[in-house]
Design a protein around this ligand. Structure first.
Ligand code: TYD
Ligand code: MG
Length: 466
């Protein structure tokens, strides 16, 4: 077979080059050339012939094919059906199950559990009668089998293909016609049409595009594993996110055994939903009550520096513990270490605490940790962070059954939050008895067992607490 032609294209300026170079000749950027296939072009003489027939003008598309243009309401298509895996949290994050013909990218750091969850998903779907093909380029068949043994149940009946050549994978899949195919991982597969090594941006992009085409044409749901690089991207900045239908990120802290699955793009559902799992010896287990898990290790009378808040993760409220520690700094610039909370936001809060409430952290190291490897991305979590830091500053614990909800403004004022009522209900359900909430967000209907206090600013809050 003739080898397909490829060129190197600059991702910055679009210039083409016949060979790879470190620097783009046209725009001068470094490391921007990516290999891509040359699309077969209509030959010049054919195009010229068409031009002549049209008397030089082809603006009306003469010679082109004429197609039907049905009204949208008349477009035929089965009403959306999905395959549920029975792993509730997984189905939930996908938007209600696996969509046939869709392509889902599952990203995450090595070792986080991507292969585990996808083998579990394949096993469950296989058990439901949807045939699955698991393509592993990362691990030997024996390694995958050993994992399947640990997971038990129907994992043993999933078909396995140990291959990295994309043409072989697609030919095998076209023959086997699985309902679901897992490719583990996109960084290990390659097409012979490109010269680059597996894992480089050109290869990853081309392989993903062809897998996507396969998914659409065959109706097979394709799951692709993508390792996240140090910078946080999957094989180059956002290369794959554009191509696929859905992007799921699997996150968690190395030591903790729970994992959070989050959709960052979803053509078939909401992107705010998260699913929480726990890694056990029998694989990942869905956690149906994340609030209980995240608060589970918290003692009844917590030490100073611990505060609880409630975040909306998509449609679900979730209670979280925030821990702050302000300790005497050693030499040099005091440290600011933040896990699960934006570092710049922390710097801002520390400045507000200093200026508006007179708490100076200038001589103190400050550590902030959101328990459970979850990220506080909502401003509503500010108040808990401020309360945790103040509690550590004064070395006085906060009431163990209190929850904090509010955004902190630059003037030290506590600003309103969305969905206060739902958050308060969840807090009550989880055994909280007091809530400190931005004054303007105190809802009309209050949970019976929760004492809700509206607070206008940080000074008023600290006066009530310490
Ligand atoms: P893995 O799915 O291989 O991660 P990834 O594909 O994202 O690189 O899972 C890695 C870890 O999970 C590994 O350290 C072992 C652990 N693990 C369990 O704790 N229980 C299990 O049942 C399985 C299969 C794995
Ligand atoms: Mg893996």
């Amino acid at each position: 077979a003739m080898k397909a032609k490829s060129v190197y294209r600059c991702t910055e300026c679009g210039a083409e080059s016949l060979r790879w170079q470190g620097k783009c000749d046209t725009c001068g950027e470094w490391n921007t050339l990516v290999e891509e296939l040359v699309a077969p072009k209509v030959s010049a003489s054919k195009a010229a012939g068409a031009q002549r027939r049209l008397g030089g003008a082809n603006a009306f598309g003469e010679g082109g094919q004429v197609l039907e243009t049905p009204r949208l309401r008349d477009v035929l298509g089965a009403e959306e059906h999905r395959w549920t895996t029975g792993i509730a949290e997984f189905d939930f994050v996908l938007g209600g199950g696996v969509v046939p013909g869709s392509m889902v990218l599952v990203g995450g750091e090595p070792g986080i559990g991507k292969s585990t969850i996808l083998l579990q998903v394949a096993a469950r779907l296989e058990g439901e009668g949807h045939s699955c093909l698991y393509v592993s380029g990362e691990e030997s068949p024996l390694q995958v089998k050993l994992r399947a043994d640990r997971l038990g149940s129907t994992a043993g009946s999933v078909a396995l293909l140990g291959e990295t050549n994309l043409e072989t994978i697609l030919a095998t899949a076209a023959q086997a016609q699985p309902k679901v195919m897992v490719v583990d991982s996109i960084q290990t597969v390659f097409t012979g049409d490109l010269e680059g090594a597996p894992g480089n941006v050109g290869q990853v992009r081309e392989c993903a595009a062809r897998l996507m085409r396969f998914a659409k044409e065959s109706g097979t749901a394709v799951f692709v594993v993508g390792h996240v690089t140090k910078g946080g991207g999957i094989a180059g900045p956002k290369t794959l996110e554009h191509i696929v239908d859905t992007v799921l990120y699997f996150e968690g802290e190395g030591s903790a055994d729970h994992r959070v699955l989050r959709a960052t793009k979803n053509r078939f559902g909401s992107v705010d939903e998260i699913g929480v799992f726990r890694m056990t010896v029998q694989g990942l287990e869905a956690v149906e009550n994340p609030s209980a898990l995240f608060l589970g290790e918290r003692s009844e009378s917590p030490a100073s520096g611990s505060a609880v808040t409630c975040l909306m993760e998509g449609s679900r409220p979730m209670l979280l513990e925030v821990q702050g520690l302000a300790a005497k700094a050693g030499f040099g610039t005091p440290q600011r270490v933040s896990t699960g909370y934006d570092a710049r936001r922390l710097a801002l809060l520390l400045a507000v605490l200093d200026k508006r409430a007179g708490l100076s952290f200038a001589q103190l190291d400050v550590f902030l940790n959101v328990v459970g490897g979850v990220r506080v991305q909502e401003p509503a979590g500010d108040l808990a962070v401020a309360a945790a830091l103040a509690s550590s500053f004064y070395d006085k614990p906060l009431p163990g059954d209190a929850i904090f909800l509010g955004e902190v403004g630059l003037g030290g004022e506590i600003r309103g939050i969305s969905q206060a009522e739902r958050r308060l209900l969840e807090a009550e359900k989880m055994g909280m008895r007091r809530a400190f909430v931005s004054q303007r967000s105190v809802p009309k209907r209050l949970p019976k067992q929760l004492k809700v206090e509206g607070v206008p600013d940080l000074v008023a809050l600290f006066r009530a607490l310490f």
